[in-house]
Design a protein around this ligand. Sequence first.
Ligand SMILES: Nc1ncnc2c1ncn2[C@@H]1O[C@H](COP(=O)(O)OP(=O)(O)OP(=O)(O)O)[C@@H](O)[C@H]1O
Length: 282
Amino acid sequence: MKGDDFPITTAEEAPVVEVDGLTVRYRTGARTRHTAVDGVSLRVEGGEIVGVVGESGSGKTTLGMAVAGLGPRTAGEIRVLGRDLAALRPAELRRLRPEVQVIFQDPHGSLDPRQSVRSGLRELRGLQPERTSWVSDEELMAQVRLAPDLLGRLPHQLSGGQAQRVCIARALLLRPRLLVADEPTSGLDVSVQAEVLGLLLRLRETTGVSVLFVSHDLSVVRRICDRVYVMLHGRVVEEGPAARVLEDPVHDYTRRLVAAVPGRRLRAAHAAREPQNTGSPT
Ligand SMILES: Nc1ncnc2c1ncn2[C@@H]1O[C@H](COP(=O)(O)OP(=O)(O)OP(=O)(O)O)[C@@H](O)[C@H]1O
């Protein structure tokens, strides 16, 4: 089999991502290591939105970056569409890489400040011409509910919400099976946050994309996630359907996290699980 031509297992056949016993240790000095992720196992099925929650420093970002193939892995296995990332040859890895795209907290920081939206998309198309030919720039903008005249703008001419939608559009252009979204709405106003969450839910319906949603905000997680993993000191201490975990937590730590959320916000998030108003182009 040619290295760049192996068949990628479809989401129907294998989970989009399976993580088994993942451990990540950072070197913190000549003789010291910090274990940021400690034997974590998780899976994300096709079309699922799966949350990873926990306090600051619990290892969420480290886990998300390892799943995206962008961060270190000390031990354990990460399988994307049934393929063990560590066992792939470079050409196979290059082929698999676009299947997982990342959206970060700071959309402006993720965009090249000198590039208009359109020239940024052009550059991505140049890198992956076959994978990106399925959609025009204008259609892509419509998918993320952005007006086409924003294509000519530079990042600093976009609001935070618009810039995050551009980042989502850039990720979608590559037709990924998984979005790793690391606190994607944390820097946004509440109403803009709701629009971006609504957009992610709608994209899941229209494209079948799965999302690994990293967040410390339980009301946001309750609003969009099907299942959730709760992390403490690098370990998963509780997992299950988001409704069960956040409304009837078993682990003391999860109880404390839930208790810290003003009651009204979790109830509002519960109500917001109903059909979304994703807003019109902005
Ligand atoms: N490059 C690094 N070198 C050393 N330690 C690191 C490094 N990156 C992260 N850490 C440590 O690993 C632990 C997990 O960090 P991580 O960023 O994954 O947590 P997090 O749950 O995403 O936190 P936050 O919500 O604040 O982003 C923390 O104790 C952090 O200080």
